[in-house]
Design a protein around this ligand. Sequence first.
Ligand SMILES: Nc1c(NC[C@H](O)[C@H](O)[C@H](O)CO)[nH]c(=O)[nH]c1=O
Ligand SMILES: CC(=O)[C@@H](O)COP(=O)(O)O
Length: 160
Amino acid sequence: MATANKNLSVYDKATIPNAKDLRFGIVVSEWNSEITEELCTGALEALLDCGASSENIIRWDVPGSFELTFGCKKMILDTKVDAVIAIGSVIQGETKHFDFVCSATAQGIKDLNVQFNTPVIFCVLTDNTLQQAQERSGGKHGNKGTEAAIAAIKMATLGA
Ligand SMILES: Nc1c(NC[C@H](O)[C@H](O)[C@H](O)CO)[nH]c(=O)[nH]c1=O
Ligand SMILES: CC(=O)[C@@H](O)COP(=O)(O)O
C-alpha cells in the first residue's frame, strides 16, 4: 500500500504495549533538519503518549543519513536502550548520490538488526522532492516518526 493511501500517524493505543519501563535511543540526521526535526517530534510525542518517560529517551545527532548506521551501532554498544529509532531525510538531488546514500543507509540499518539484539527502526524518508518529505513528516500523509515510534515499542516488547 502506498503511503498516499495510509496515514502514518494513526495508531490504536489499545493495541500498543505500555512503554512505561522501556528505554529508547533516537539518532537524528542533521541533513534536511526541517524534516528530521518534525520526524523526531512525531516519534517523541508517540513514545510519551504510549507511556514512555522522557528520562528514558536518549537523542544523539549525526551529520547525515549515511552516519546513522554508526550512530545507531554506538547507541546500542554504549547504552542500555531497548530499541533505537534512526531518523533521516534523503532528498533526490542532481546526481546518483541519492541512490548510494539511501542504499547504504538502508543496508547498514538492516545489518544492525542482524548483528545485534536491539531493534533499530528505519525512519528514513527517501523522497524525490521536499514536498514529498514534508507530506510524510507531519503533513497530509501524517508523520513517519509516529509510525517509527510505534514500531519501536512493538519490537522492544516482541515475544514478551
Ligand atoms: N544529500 C543528503 C545527505 N548527504 C550526506 C550523507 O548522508 C553523508 O553525511 C555524507 O556523504 C558524508 O558521509 N544526507 C542526508 O541525510 N540527506 C540528503 O539529502
Ligand atoms: C542525497 C544527496 O546526497 C543529494 O541531495 C546531493 O545532491 P546532488 O546529487 O545534487 O549532489
